[in-house]
Design a protein around this ligand. Structure first.
Ligand SMILES: Cc1cc2nc3c(=O)[nH]c(=O)nc-3n(C[C@H](O)[C@H](O)[C@H](O)COP(=O)(O)O)c2cc1C
Ligand code: SF4
Length: 665
């Protein structure tokens, strides 16, 4: 079936390395390094992707020098201590037919956090502060510049010693090399700045140091932003001119094209662009690079289906497709694509929650749809690539799952995969629970894909799905299951309110279903959790002509969302002229006004001529769970629970609960 993807499954030779296909997992910080080194978990994580058929893995950013620490969990390659871990990684990759390059990194002024919470002394080309993390760096003296350049070369040499196939210099996204390249962050007037040639020198010397340190055939690549989309970032023209100059001296073997910068809020959204950014949206930039160099060009940016990747390659916009989150969500995607089983691919929905969201919060990465990612040793999967499953349980049991949201579907799928005989009953005529509502929020349409993916996994595993049945204790007894997993979800929470007269009070869920039910005029969306619901709903209502105030209880709108999602949704809401009030709690309403209270001062805030829409979170729909827990001993069955019925949280916890519940049977 690889004929369906003739470009995607054609090999690519770079230097002395032949990569078996055009699917690549680019550098991504997994937060799995152990004291800066590669240990068992990072190895297991990458092994899952190598076994799934990816052609090339570039390891996560690896600090080349003690001044290169951007987080306390960073992977390092600044001493020979790193070599054994890298050697295990290289051996594992090669055993699976996967090529592997190491990514060499210095963030300069981009420092996210430190080990003990104090602010680090940061270095950059010049003393220009960074907007996103508010770091004020020192300008590097020349001896330090030379030392860091040498450390890139030494790190490349370590990768050779460890048996890797190549190295990649992370020179984009406003990190140290880019800080030297940009005319706005490099204000020097010495051998390292002053004109374009001197600003290009740092990257030039880094590439040359790497070339000099490695043997013929060992690949040296460069990852660079073709425009950083920020006031002080590298411009498209600066980047293209630099590539042309380095190419003229044969300093690199490939260019990996990205956009944006770590240095600003809006620029950083391009690092891991969330939904609704479209697949391959920076392909035109890669096409520009292809016009100035004959070297292979790699492309990143929401390429999450093999069809998209094939089209990009067929159009000649790039030579290698980065599909990083696609592989976080489904490590077996390449093997499934090779077999033509496209409907079996669990597509990434671009939510950013458990991958880059976990990274920013300092936790090991995972996926909301596939919590096995990042937990490969806890929930091991066995079998041939593309057909992996969890090992069978010791005894096969009759399992009844109540509720067809993400928790119930995952529990059912995994229990069935483990050899249990599983029936899932859902009261509604459709599966999905709250996710079906979440996908009605503007910009969150793709989130519904989670349910499609989980339903397919459940059906393929042999789950019998019964819809339109409201299970109660009598139903459960009659079903005769040995194990009952209750995943009945949650219902909207209504806080106590002071009401005068009979004002219209609406629930976010109802408004999402039927936006036309909101009376004309002003609206206050009272958003307790401060996540995507309030922001999305407010934008939706503003788009329908309402004058909208979004009153969030948190310190900022979208506070619980991953930063790129938060900022993109906030920008959309601002453009729609939504007024955002922070630290507000809802107090009450009358026929014409909504009463809020400032949670910091307790002062009243009155919004006249407005209807109140509550996005106030949920409470567990746990009546049946309580009843079954009471009945279980007599009924002779075991009761487990998963998802919001335990405590209303997000899709991520629901799916993980489902997995865990299925594993206990
Ligand atoms: C959790 C996470 C960490 C990342 N860390 C790095 C990194 O260390 N180095 C790097 O070059 N890019 C990093 N990235 C960006 C990815 O390499 C990639 O460009 C991005 O995810 C967009 O590709 P995708 O749409 O295929 O996921 C990271 C991405 C994620 C999701
Ligand atoms: S958590 Fe969301 S964005 Fe990240 S890999 Fe999974 S589906 Fe994709």
């Amino acid at each position: 079936m690889t004929q369906r993807f003739p470009n995607l499954f054609s090999p690519l030779t770079i230097g002395g390395v032949t990569i078996k296909n055009r699917i690549m997992s680019s550098g991504h910080d997994t937060v799995m390094a152990e004291r800066g080194l590669i240990g068992d978990q990072l190895l297991a994580y990458q092994e899952a992707r190598a076994r799934g058929g990816v052609g090339l893995i570039v390891t996560q950013a690896s600090g080349v020098h003690p001044t290169a620490r951007y987080t306390p969990t960073e992977l390092t390659i600044d001493s020979d201590e790193a070599i054994p871990g890298y050697r295990r990684l290289a051996d594992m990759a090669h055993a699976n037919g996967t090529a592997i390059f190491g990514q060499l990194f210095h963030g300069g002024r981009e420092i996210v956090m430190t080990e003990d919470g104090t602010l680090a002394v940061a270095w950059s080309a010049s003393s220009v502060p960074a907007e996103r993390y508010h770091v004020f760096p020192r300008a590097m003296p020349e001896p330090l510049i030379l030392e860091i350049i040498a450390s890139f070369g030494a790190a490349a040499r370590r990768l050779v010693d460890a048996g890797l196939d190549g190295c990649e210099i992370l020179a984009g996204w406003g990190y140290l090399p880019a800080q030297f390249l940009s005319s706005k962050t490099n204000l020097r007037d010495d051998a390292w700045g002053g004109d374009a040639t001197r600003r290009q020198r740092f990257i030039r010397e880094v590439l040359a140091a790497c070339r000099a340190a490695v043997p013929e055939g060992f690949v040296v690549g460069v990852r660079i932003s073709i425009g950083e989309a920020a006031p002080d970032g590298v411009t498209e023209e600066e980047a293209l001119a630099a590539i042309a100059a380095y190419d003229a001296d044969n300093l690199f073997d490939y260019v990996s094209v990205v956009k944006g910068t770590s240095g600003t809020l809006s620029g950083s959204g391009h690092i891991v662009p969330p939904s609704p950014v479209v697949s391959g949206y920076i392909a035109p930039l890669a096409a520009r690079v292809k016009k100035i160099t004959a070297k292979p060009v790699f492309l990143a940016g929401r390429i999450n289906q093999p069809q998209d990747a094939e089209n990009i390659l067929a159009r000649g916009e790039a030579d290698m497709c980065i599909m990083t989150r696609a592989l976080i969500t489904d490590p077996e995607m390449p093997a499934k694509a090779a077999e033509g089983r496209l409907d079996d691919i669990r597509a990434c929905v671009g939510c950013n929650q458990a991958c880059i969201g976990h990274f920013h919060a300092g936790y090991p990465i995972s996926c909301i749809q596939f919590p096995e990612t990042g937990r490969e040793r806890l929930f091991p999967r066995i079998g041939a690539a593309g057909h992996q499953r969890h090992a069978a349980a010791a005894t096969s049991k009759r399992v009844l799952v109540i509720g067809g949201g993400p928790a119930g579907l995952k529990a059912a799928a995994i229990a069935a995969e483990r050899g249990h005989r599983v029936t899932l009953v859902e009261a509604d005529r459709r599966l999905g629970g709250q996710v079906r509502l979440a996908q009605l929020v503007p910009g969150r349409e793709e989130i519904g894909g989670v349910i499609g993916n989980l339903e397919r996994e459940a059906r393929q595993a042999g789950v019998e799905i019964v819809m339109g049945v409201q299970a109660d204790a009598a139903y459960v007894r009659a079903a005769g299951a040995e194990v009952v997993i209750v995943a009945t979800g949650a219902t909207p929470y209504r806080p106590p309110l002071e009401l005068m007269g009979e004002p219209t009070i609406l629930q976010a869920w109802d408004v999402l279903r039927t936006p036309g039910m909101v009376p004309a005029g002003g609206v206050v969306v009272a958003d307790f959790r401060s996540d995507w619901t309030g922001l999305g709903l407010a934008t939706m209502l503003a788009g329908r002509g309402h004058r909208v105030t979004l009153a969030v209880n948190g310190t900022m709108a979208g506070q619980l969302c991953q930063q790129y999602v938060r900022d993109m949704m906030t920008a959309t809401a601002r453009r729609a002229r939504v007024t955002i009030l922070t630290t507000m709690r809802v107090f009450g309403a009358d026929a014409s006004a909504v009463f809020l209270q400032d949670a910091l001062t307790d002062e009243a805030v009155v919004i006249e001529d407005a209807t109140l829409v509550l996005a106030y979170g949920h409470q567990p729909a746990d009546a049946l769970l309580a009843e079954l827990e009471f009945d279980a001993a007599d009924g002779g069955y075991q009761v487990l629970a998963a998802g919001d019925v335990l405590s209303p949280r997000t899709i991520e916890e629901a799916v993980l609960d489902g997995l865990r519940a299925a594993y206990t049977i």
